[in-house]
Write a protein that binds this ligand. Structure first.
Ligand code: ADP
Length: 498
């Protein structure tokens, strides 16, 4: 089937779902917020209200945490054998696969991402993310430690850490929800999940699929609500053992502060201002579209966006012209039209945030080579934008914009020390990309850059087995891979005197 047929296949079930009266999932029941209040959900391609979801608050979080606690302490979930937990996660993966077209239409309508990007990217790959994570169920174990051999028998155990709060961002809602919930479930934890207020719909549909798969009640609870109400209540709740969060660095700091009361475990995947370095021997046919789309895809709402671009002077003109050309040719519009390459940004708040940065860049004296403003007056569309003549002090060069904006920064000389210094001249450390044919330079530079993911001659990685997370203010801990499941465990040491 081509893309248009997949969209058609998803349209009717997605429309039926979106039009429903939405509730949240607590202890196996679909309920309204205790306050009875709701949140408006908008289609960012039109700005129109498409649904209402419950505005959950502290009382709803209390109920959901109590249900997750019961499911953890009294229910079968943490005690189930690994293969039994894996079987349910695998079943969920099959259901997601069955529903991939409708889920992708829901995501496009709620968040703005193109159907193509959702269906071939985060949603299309999420069944395999779930299957990969299911494989860890029953395979998390400790060591025997021979240090005191003869006198003591010492071993460690990996136990599920308990009730987990998961706070989901709006840029990749469904993909993040699946990755987080399946890792926690594989480890044997129970979950209270809060999707972003801008993009709750695909997570609510995930809740229905979790129910259909047959997970015991209370194992996964989903509370919709605002960050400052439901999110903050979850982050501060004394009976939540662990919080995992993906989102902005500012919100990550408030979640970390809220965790202090009960010293809960926290994993944070936060913002970035990732450097991309293109050297003069790079394969420019790959580097130019790679550098462009590392920022422009998902309309720049990508935590690993390579928004600080350093280009060797010998190839600078060619790269700038090439990226400007890519940007000029990208077609913006509704993500449900397969002819469009990019959709809108998620909300009017985000639109104004991105436009504010573009204005600041101009005011600071940077030059717009391509784009530089809003497109149309309906929906929240921003033209892919390329700045040159920037310097390191400008806000467009320092702060995370989370929009389709690339700043070309002066590179200076191409010594490894200088390149590493430039790359590391940021409070963030999420990712970095190096484009060169010189393997020595690539690996030496990879060793010097302070970032959680280094990409060499490639736009990114998509394999769930690869750990992901940030240095510095880009986060704490790692998700994906073995490390991403171990974050949901506590390590226990048992010592036996012989
Ligand atoms: P943005 O600033 O663009 O809304 P955030 O990083 O704040 O992005 O949002 C990511 C997620 O964090 C959303 O689910 C949001 O509701 C939640 N959130 C926002 N503020 C808080 C907070 N103070 N405590 C807990 N969660 C929050």
């Amino acid at each position: 089937m081509d893309l248009a047929q997949l969209i058609e296949a998803g349209r009717a079930p997605a429309a039926e779902f979106i039009a429903r009266s939405h509730r949240m999932l607590i202890d196996g029941l679909w309920v309204e917020a205790a306050s009875g209040e709701t949140i408006e959900v908008r289609d960012p391609a039109t700005g129109e209200i498409i649904a209402h979801v419950p505005a959950g608050g502290e009382a709803d979080i209390d109920r959901a945490v109590a249900a997750a606690r019961r499911a953890f302490e009294e229910g079968p979930w943490p005690a189930l054998k690994g293969p039994e937990r894996a079987k349910l996660i695998w079943k969920l993966a099959d259901l997601i696969e069955r529903e991939a077209n409708a889920l992708s239409v829901i995501e496009t309508t709620d968040m703005g991402v193109t159907f193509r990007a959702a269906r071939l990217g985060a949603i299309g790959t999420s069944p395999d993310v779930a299957r990969y994570l299911s494989g860890w169920a029953g395979r998390l174990y400790g060591d025997t430690i021979p240090a005191t051999a003869g006198e003591w028998h010492v071993y460690t155990l990996r136990e599920p850490c308990g009730v987990v709060g998961q706070i989901i961002p709006w840029n990749v809602p469904f993909g993040m929800a699946v990755q987080k919930v399946c890792a926690a479930l594989a480890a044997g934890c129970t979950v209270v999940m809060k999707p972003a207020e801008q993009t709750p719909l695909s997570t609510l549909r995930l809740g229905e699929l979790i129910e259909e798969a047959g997970f015991p009640k209370g194992v996964v609870n989903i509370v919709t609500g605002y960050g400052k109400a439901a999110g903050a209540a979850l982050a501060a709740h004394p009976d939540v053992d662990k919080v995992t969060f993906t989102g902005s660095t500012a919100t990550g700091k408030s979640i970390l502060a809220a965790s202090v009361g009960s010293l809960k475990r926290v994993t944070l995947e936060l913002g970035g201002k990732s450097p991309v370095i293109i050297l003069d021997d790079a394969d420019l046919d790959a580097a130019i579209p790679g550098a462009a789309m590392s920022v422009f895809s998902n309309s720049g709402q990508v935590c690993v966006a390579g928004s600080r671009l350093f280009v060797h002077p010998k190839v600078l003109d060619k790269v700038v012209a090439g990226i400007a050309d890519v940007a000029a040719k990208l077609k913006l519009g509704s993500g449900l039209d397969p002819a469009n390459d990019l959709g809108p940004v998620v909300s009017d708040v985000q639109l104004n945030r991105v436009l504010g940065y573009i204005e600041a860049g101009r005011r600071d004296g940077a030059e717009v080579v391509q784009g530089g403003g809003r497109i149309g007056s309906q929906g929240y569309f921003v033209a892919p934008t390329l700045f040159v003549n920037t310097d390191r002090e400008m806000s467009i060069a320092r702060e995370e914009i989370f929009g389709p904006v690339i700043s070309v920064l002066p590179m200076g000389d191409d010594s490894l020390e200088n390149l590493a210094r430039q790359a590391n001249d940021t409070e963030y450390g999420l990712a970095a990309t190096i484009w060169t044919r010189d393997v020595k330079v690539a690996h030496k530079l990879a060793g010097k850059i302070k970032a959680g993911s280094i990409r060499i001659n490639s736009g990114g990685n998509v394999d769930p087995a690869v750990p992901f997370g940030g240095y510095k203010q880009s986060g704490i801990g790692r998700e994906r891979g073995k490390e991403g499941v171990e974050i949901y465990t506590e390590l226990k040491t048992v010592v036996v005197q012989l």
